[in-house]
Design a protein around this ligand. Sequence first.
Ligand SMILES: C[S@@+](CC[C@H](N)C(=O)[O-])C[C@H]1O[C@@H](n2cnc3c(N)ncnc32)[C@H](O)[C@@H]1O
Length: 428
Amino acid sequence: MASKAEPAGLKLRVIAADRLKAVLGGEHFTPLSAADLADGRDRALANRLITTALRRHGQINHIIAELLDRGLPPRSGSFEAVLRLSLAQLVFLPDLGAHSALFLAVEALKRDNKARHLTGLMNAVLRRAQANSARYGLLPDELLLPPSSAEAWRSAYGDETVADIAEALLAGAPLDLTLREDDPELVEALGARPIMADTVRLDSRDRSVDDLPGYAQGRWWVQDAAAAVPARLLKLQAPGRVLDLCAAPGGKTVQLIKGGHTVTALDTDAARLDRLAGNLRRLGMTAETILADAVTYSPHEPFDGVLLDAPCSATGTFRRHPEVIWHRSERDIPNRVKLQRRMLESAVHCLAPGGTLIYCVCSLEPAEGEEQARWIGTELGDLVADPINPEELPELADAVTAEGTLRILPGIIPGGIDGFFVARYRRR
Ligand SMILES: C[S@@+](CC[C@H](N)C(=O)[O-])C[C@H]1O[C@@H](n2cnc3c(N)ncnc32)[C@H](O)[C@@H]1O
């Protein structure tokens, strides 16, 4: 890590490279926090470098392939992460200037035992990148997406959707909040605008989430507009007992509580369930929380409603987590599909006759959405489809399919939205 005597801007790059390296190694991207980098301006710059490197990952792959004809050197510590951050700066963030990209990349490598022998290579590669930066800056959007995903999405949803996904990847996500109560004054104080039902959107903000008006008082929670839809569709005749399977960190749990239901929130991950409990505390809400496996859980008494927000590829969240589309693997999907099916079978057993089941995934993969709905139709005889009516969701009416399921695609509303699939059933 950089000390005080080290060049300005080095520390943030070393920390940014560590975070990017972890994400390249398969970890989920979370922006650097004050605990990682105390200085707010440094932190903002480091996060900008990382997110640009991740959003432009496909184009940067292309640039690296052109510049390193023998590929990335093996076992080279932080070399790849530093290179990607520097290319992101040189080619896609010209306002930051080129000098620091070159100089600090070399300085960062000098401090890494596994990469310090590669400073000459880094310098040469970045100089060639600098000479070609105008051309690289015009690389086509087709290179932004992994070819196998782009092809799968093209055949499922068409060319226009693939172009929307690439555009949304670059644009990132605004901040959507679900309001606890209708409150125009709060919406104005937040600088937000209503977009659908109790969701409001902040297109830009100058503060961290917990500094926004109403956070400490629990007057809203962060939830993408698409993620807020499934709980709204769980319409019981009267408020009842609802099981939120796979509940953490609790966005849908708190919506269900807001809807007047008595909620049991179940998750298999203790740390995530703790976050759910913290969210409930901030909002002054209560739910029964259960640390258990959704596949084997068996309640004493069946529920009037079950919401299954199943673990999935999460490809629908690519605007905030650009890495998901690169971590997506064809080989992983069948295992997830199997797990989702076991959870669906378990969800049926948790449901009282006449009760409602919502199945949803934040995924763009038909295998985790439409194909699961077809499987339910043929294999889960106790369930009957309860088609979603476009009038229930005026802003997303075009997302309702002929089968009465919901396929939310990122370009369906201005400013974008997460990819999601939702289906609703009733137990016979
Ligand atoms: C998509 S996230 C849920 C998001 C949550 N519903 C919300 O709205 O905030 C999926 C959750 O499934 C949980 N999960 C994964 N496998 C599970 C299992 N076998 N049983 C219960 N929960 C599981 C994960 O820990 C994760 O919290």
